[in-house]
Design a protein around this ligand. Structure first.
Ligand SMILES: [Zn+2]
Ligand SMILES: [Zn+2]
Length: 243
């Protein structure tokens, strides 16, 4: 089992520790065919990319690196946040046009776009803190993320089920219909098992990624490989393994 691409890597444009070039060099060293740069969307209060000018700088930097390192494909993406109850994400259409791929993930502490989104975020924060669950909140979260899948050309949903309570089976059904992958994120251990197990019967396909926040973790799929073995996921369901 050998993954040939790692789309979900962070740099110091959000809260990763290294530069884009650092990630590219590790990707080459590990023999990846492609590496993606997917920093956090600008809607996060603390760790997001600093607006349109930062996206422009990233794009220019990636163009330069593509000439310097033709051996590896460098893809420009983002890990966008959901910022409204209707699935709106924190990346504008203008910026989306500049990207090669789009990851969307639920995160806490994102800037809400409406009062309803503010209350939903507040309820999620509270229930996460108090370790309580609410069927209506779960349904509202599921509606938002499945609406995003229907509205945007999302490559993969990052770490489905983590942080925010959703109906993962429903998300997986919509993802299968729209050709969106679910991520198997190698920065988490067995806590992902229940979500991936729920998604399995739907036939959705999976994308492995490291979610590296430091260059040395680019292409590190150790925990993802363990999860695949543990849950006996058929390898043909994973889109970025060497065939
Ligand atoms: Zn994330
Ligand atoms: Zn991430």
């Amino acid at each position: 089992m050998y993954a040939i691409t790692d789309l979900h890597t962070h740099t110091d444009y959000s809260h990763g520790k290294g530069s884009i070039e650092d990630n590219v060099r590790v990707a080459m060293k590990r023999g990846l065919q492609a590496v993606g740069i997917a920093d956090h969307g600008p809607g996060h209060f603390f760790i997001g990319i600093g607006g349109a000018h930062a996206f422009r700088r990233m794009k220019e930097e990636i163009e330069t690196l593509r000439h310097k390192y033709p051996e590896v494909e460098i893809l420009f993406g983002v890990e966008a946040n959901i910022v409204d109850t209707d699935g709106t994400i924190d990346v504008s259409t203008d910026i989306l046009r500049e990207l090669d791929f789009l990851l969307v993930g639920y995160h806490k502490l994102v800037r809400p776009r409406s009062l309803a989104a503010f209350w939903q975020g507040a309820r999620n924060f509270w229930s996460g803190w108090m370790k309580t669950s609410s069927a209506s909140l779960r349904a509202a979260n599921t509606t938002a993320i499945t609406s995003a899948v229907r509205r945007y050309p999302i490559t993969a949903i990052a770490h489905p089920g983590l942080q925010i309570d959703i109906d993962t089976a429903e998300l997986a059904r919509v993802c299968k219909e729209y050709g969106t992958f679910l991520e198997i994120n190698s920065s988490y251990g067995s806590e992902l098992d229940p979500y991936i197990s729920e998604a399995l019967p739907t036939g959705v396909r999976f994308l492995l990624s490291s979610d590296a926040h430091a260059p040395e973790r680019v292409g590190d799929f150790f925990q993802a490989y363990q999860l695949i073995r543990r849950l006996k996921i058929p390898l043909e369901r994973i889109v970025n393994l060497e065939k």
